[in-house]
Design a protein around this ligand. Structure first.
Ligand code: SF4
Length: 177
């Protein structure tokens, strides 16, 4: 038996970060907080997790999926049709976690979202502008907004010196895909 029967489309809003796109809000058929520690343990690209508040944010490309106990919010969605597909895929992800619950070690600690300074500390910090941004800090902010990817910094992608830092950056902001 699935954990969640369905996540119904509740409403859509204009996506302020990406004009022309939508924020899709879905309502699950049961509360999710009991499941989120399992999802946080296995989902790719976890940005933040708060087991006390029962909130979990995942990075998707592009945009974010945020789970609350009683709703799911997906940003940068192209159309209502895509939103419905994403809600179904999200429902499937939740149910897969539930199905494998006996083999998953739940996450019980807070995981916070990376901040621009966390990203900047890993960058070459030369402000060379090859990424198209005026500074490395601007690139860090663009990464967090999903407007750049880690591969957008050519010195980092090409220089072996930054290999380890690049791997950390990929892990932090979900690069390499
Ligand atoms: S290409 Fe890399 S090193 Fe150059 S400004 Fe952009 S982030 Fe900084």
């Amino acid at each position: 038996m699935p954990f969640v029967e369905a996540i119904h489309l509740h409403k859509t809003l204009p996506c302020l970060a990406e004009p022309g796109k939508l924020i899709v809000i879905g309502t699950p058929t049961r509360t999710l907080d009991g499941l989120l520690p399992l999802v946080a343990a296995v989902a790719p690209n976890v940005i933040s997790f708060n087991p006390i508040a029962g909130t979990l944010t995942l990075r998707r490309k592009p945009g974010f999926i945020t789970f609350y106990p009683d709703r799911v919010m997906i940003t940068q969605v192209v159309s209502v049709e895509e939103g419905l597909d994403l809600l179904q895929a999200t429902c499937d992800l939740l149910n897969q976690c539930w199905e494998h619950r006996d083999t998953i070690q739940p996450v019980t600690t807070i995981r916070r979202a990376p901040r621009p300074l966390d990203i900047w500390a890993l960058l070459p910090q030369t402000n060379c502008k090859r990424c198209g941004e005026p500074t490395c800090m601007a690139f860090a902010c663009a990464l967090l907004l999903n407007k750049q990817t880690p591969d957008g910094c050519p010195p980092m992608a090409s220089d072996l010196i930054f290999g380890e830092r690049k791997a950390q950056l990929d892990a932090l902001v979900g690069g390499g895909a």
